[in-house]
Design a protein around this ligand. Structure first.
Ligand code: CP
Ligand code: NVA
Length: 299
């Protein structure tokens, strides 16, 4: 694997292999190989981050490499230097790049101009590292996704939902997305996805009915902070105990975090499922180490 740019660009075998490797790395944490020895990885972030930043910095160090965090305010990118120039400079100095930004095309342009392995650490289109951690958590908690129904309640066309839809397409599990009509995936996206196992509804109860995994995320993603008026459309989409009463027995709740209690999830549900949700957060570290190892191996 040279890059991780999206879930869309992975196949089922690659996903399964990354998850096996993540589980192994988790088990043998502290006894890591030093696959990134002598390597410096740039972490270019134009959006805030707690989990992604910390898990990559720790993971790179555990694999023997050196992470170099570059917020957009630290580098000329923030003053308008083009991505393709930044990419060609960094490509001659560092061994890999991890990018969190707005446009997916910026990450793809960086990958193509830099010539170095590039990892998408969240764009407006996808959050592949998060989905790998989520799948690892489902594997640990439920033994896998075969014959499982996954529900996603919230913004139906955010980076998280899009990555989930591609994961369902690649792995074949049932995914029911519940979202206000104004935030549902457009028809051309669904046509291109071509996944009969993915359904979209405006009724959260319908999506959650008999679901084994109930997943949610913020109603307003980073970059949408000035669209507060959109929040009214999400009335009835909070994941509450009453909504979960419709889910399958033994269901789990996932949230990529950060969470806004009283909006997309109730305090009660978050705390009841905190064990899973923070295991999911920890799994970012193990999943991303698997990605770094896969990239290092293919060089
Ligand atoms: N879930 C996630 O990506 O968290 P951060 O924004 O804190 O990195
Ligand atoms: N959809 C959210 C995910 C945060 C990890 C956002 O983009 O802000």
């Amino acid at each position: 694997m040279k890059h991780l740019l999206s879930i869309e660009q992975l196949n089922a075998k690659e996903i399964t292999h990354l998850l096996e490797s993540a589980a192994h790395l988790k088990l043998q944490r502290g006894r890591d190989g030093k696959q990134l020895a002598g390597q410096t990885w740039a972490m270019i972030f134009t959006k805030s981050s707690t989990r992604t930043r910390v898990s990559f910095e720790v993971g790179i160090r555990e694999l023997g490499g050196f992470p170099m965090f570059l917020s957009k305010n630290d580098i000329q990118l923030g003053r308008g230097e083009p991505i393709k120039d930044t990419a060609r400079v960094l490509g001659r100095m560092v061994h890999g790049a991890i990018i969190r930004t707005y446009a997916q095309s910026d990450v793809e342009e960086f990958a193509s101009f830099s010539g170095i392995p590039t990892i998408n650490a969240l764009t407006d289109d996808e959050h592949p590292c998060q989905i790998l951690a989520d799948l690892l958590t489902i594997q640990e908690k439920l033994g896998g996704w075969e014959n499982r129904k996954v529900a996603f309640v919230g913004d139906g066309f955010s980076n998280m939902t899009r990555s989930w839809m591609w994961a369902a397409k690649r792995l074949g599990f049932e995914l029911a997305v519940a979202s206000p009509v104004s935030c549902q995936p457009p028809a051309d996206f669904l046509t291109n996805l071509d996944a009969p196992n993915v359904s979209v509804t405006a009724d959260p109860a319908e999506a959650v009915k008999d679901a084994h995994v109930i997943n949610t995320d913020v109603w307003l993603s980073m970059g949408q902070e000035d669209q507060k008026e959109k929040e009214v459309e999400f009335a009835g989409f909070e994941v509450t105990a009453a909504l979960l009463a419709k889910a399958a027995p033994g269901h789990i709740v996932l949230h990529c975090l950060p969470a806004y209690r009283g909006k997309e999830i109730s305090e009660e549900v978050l705390e009841l499922h905190a064990n899973t949700i923070f295991q999911q957060a920890e799994n970012r570290l193990h999943a991303q180490k698997a990605v770094l190892v896969a990239i290092a191996r293919s060089h």
